[in-house]
Design a protein around this ligand. Structure first.
Ligand SMILES: [Zn+2]
Length: 432
């Protein structure tokens, strides 16, 4: 596709006008203020860039995508009661087919807000994998381990599913990546943590984990483990020797940040979910000040209640300004790398997350002619402080247009909506 005469805000938050970008197969093959040579655009579609801005695709770095099926189920409860009284009983009834439909619904939402890749922790990976594969989006998937001292992870369904996923991913050319996951310190015995670490090292898998999400989790861990915070406790097993994305980090202490920086751990900051479950507000600006890597995620739709990355980024930036009483924080040049190139690196995707010739063609386009985006003095700031996900008019992953003018190209929304409402009705009947 040839994006002609279009504004560009790149992965470093730098804006340029009247640019020309060409994608050939899955790569960006031209990016310049000069028009491309004729032979490069001979048989490609021309996309007129007037009143449009093109950006590198966004990464949703913490999600439980099939939880779209639980959107709005269990409102008003704190994390522990929300999990035990609402989520776990519903989840116990969900099969691979349910996961498939819930995943497609979530992917639809993500594509509609410029997301090209996501990191996910959930079960029934066969259903999730199939939906990701058909939709064309990229994902790093795992089924997180939990268990007590009697748990042999190698007999556990989560382990077996990931081992199968490793095989399934081999045919996706890195498009879908298998990872190992630990749900959290508070849902795992020492034996489980040790075995997950050993397994991740054996298979050289990246890790995902929930870390210091609530005050209860953080303080009870210290009581259980001779004053060790969840970070220090996991560190004592060598957990962070593998590349790790740790979600939340609301209650991280300075000593934790020292460990996370030294071990190159990436925090997935999920502000909406933390607010909605009353968990608190993670200190994003402090993480960055300490040199800890940070990305942003929506968490599951059941605690958000949507998978709108545009909204998530805007909230993260506004909260950082507000709680630090500093309006200079989180400029576009600070925000953009977090949700693009840094996130791609955390997913182990070295040729992604940036607008450069030779990089994978993962991008999205916004319509600037909307009333709330005009006039424009500072384009990068307009994207996140004025823009809405409904301004996204095109999302491309590896050169394929997956979302355009209000509709995903490979997902039948009518069918998905029918199926998720069928599932809702069935589950409520089973739970009553
Ligand atoms: Zn989560």
């Amino acid at each position: 596709m040839y994006f002609r005469d279009i504004s560009v805000v790149d992965h470093l938050g730098q804006a340029r006008e009247n640019m020309h970008l060409v994608t050939t197969e899955d790569k960006i093959t031209w990016l310049s203020d000069n028009a491309p040579p004729a032979d490069l655009i001979e048989k490609v579609e021309v996309y007129e860039g007037k009143n449009r801005v093109l950006l590198p695709g966004l990464y949703n770095m913490h999600c439980h995508v099939p939880m779209t099926l639980l959107r709005g189920y269990g409102e008003g409860l704190p994390l522990q009661r929300w999990l035990e009284e609402k989520m776990y009983p519903f989840e116990a009834l969900m099969d691979a087919d349910d996961m498939y439909w819930g995943t497609l619904l979530g992917i639809y939402e993500m594509l509609a807000s410029g997301v090209v890749s996501f990191s996910d922790m959930y079960m029934r990976l066969d259903g999730i994998f199939q939906a990701v594969l058909e939709s064309g989006i990229k994902a790093n998937l795992n089924n997180p381990l939990t268990g007590d001292e009697n748990t042999d992870i190698k007999q556990d369904i989560a382990y077996l599913e990931v081992m199968q996923l490793i095989k399934d991913c081999r045919t996706t050319n890195g498009h879908i990546r298998a990872e190992a996951g630990l749900h959290a310190e508070y849902t795992s015995s020492e034996r489980v943590v040790q075995d997950v670490v050993t397994w991740a090292k054996e298979q050289n898998l990246h890790l995902q984990v929930h870390l210091s999400e609530t005050k209860k989790e953080h303080t009870e861990c210290k009581e259980r483990h001779q004053g060790l915070t969840p970070t220090a406790y996991l560190h004592s097993f060598g957990f962070f020797d593998q590349p790790t994305v740790a979600a939340h980090g609301v209650y991280l202490e300075d000593s934790d940040l020292t460990i996370l920086r030294a071990k190159d751990v990436t925090i997935a900051h999920c502000p909406t979910s933390n607010l909605k479950l009353g968990s608190g507000i993670a200190p994003l600006a402090k993480f960055l000040r300490h040199g800890v890597k940070v990305t942003i995620g929506t968490d599951g739709a059941s605690s958000n209640n949507n998978l709108n990355m545009m909204e998530e980024i805007s909230l993260a930036a506004l909260l950082a300004k507000g709680i630090n009483k500093d309006p200079s924080l989180m400029s576009a040049t600070e925000i953009m790398p977090l949700v693009t190139i840094n996130a791609a690196r955390a997913q182990g995707r070295t040729n992604c997350g940036r607008l450069e010739v030779g990089a994978q063609a993962d991008l999205f386009v916004m319509d600037l002619s909307r009333p709330h985006l005009q006039p424009i003095y500072d384009l990068p700031a307009n994207i996140f402080y004025s823009g809405q996900s409904s301004d996204v008019v095109l999302t491309m992953v590896e050169g394929k247009v997956l979302y355009r003018d209000g509709a995903a190209t490979l997902i039948d929304l009518e069918r998905v909506l029918f199926e998720v409402n069928r599932i809702r009705t069935e589950k409520l009947r089973q739970l009553s």
